[in-house]
Design a binder for this molecule. Structure first.
Ligand SMILES: [Zn+2]
Ligand SMILES: [Zn+2]
Length: 119
């Protein structure tokens, strides 16, 4: 699974809203990029920042429940179930979001995660 480009991450973040000001333009602070693929997303309006995780291969290996959950997510475009996980963010303590690609039609969308509560 190749790691997603930060430009793609920035573009796809526009489908969610800032936990503070509700804007949806974000950047990735490249200086925060760590070798494990973690970096900080920054709201371009209020400068609120939050963790972005891009190493999903490691995440899926350490969170065995997640692949089952991904199989159960239905696509907002074609309604088929089953997606692959591209990256994830923790927008706030209460809001974790998965950015996924539909395995059937390749549509990309953001899905709120209900799993983070158990971490
Ligand atoms: Zn903001
Ligand atoms: Zn689909």
């Amino acid at each position: 699974m190749p790691r997603i480009a930060l430009e793609d991450v920035e573009q796809r973040l526009s489908s969610v809203h800032c936990a503070i000001c509700k804007a949806s333009t974000f950047g990735i602070d490249r200086r925060t990029l760590q070798s494990d693929g973690e970096c900080r997303g920054v709201c371009l309006k209020c400068r609120y920042n939050f963790p972005v995780y891009t190493d999903m291969e490691f995440y899926l290996r350490t969170q065995p429940d997640v692949p089952y959950r991904l199989r159960d997510i239905s696509c907002s475009n074609c309604q088929h179930r089953g997606v692959s996980l591209d990256f994830r963010i923790t927008m706030s303590v209460r809001e974790a979001v998965y950015f996924v690609t539909c395995s059937t039609c390749q549509a990309q969308f953001a899905e709120r995660s209900s799993l983070e509560a158990f971490e």
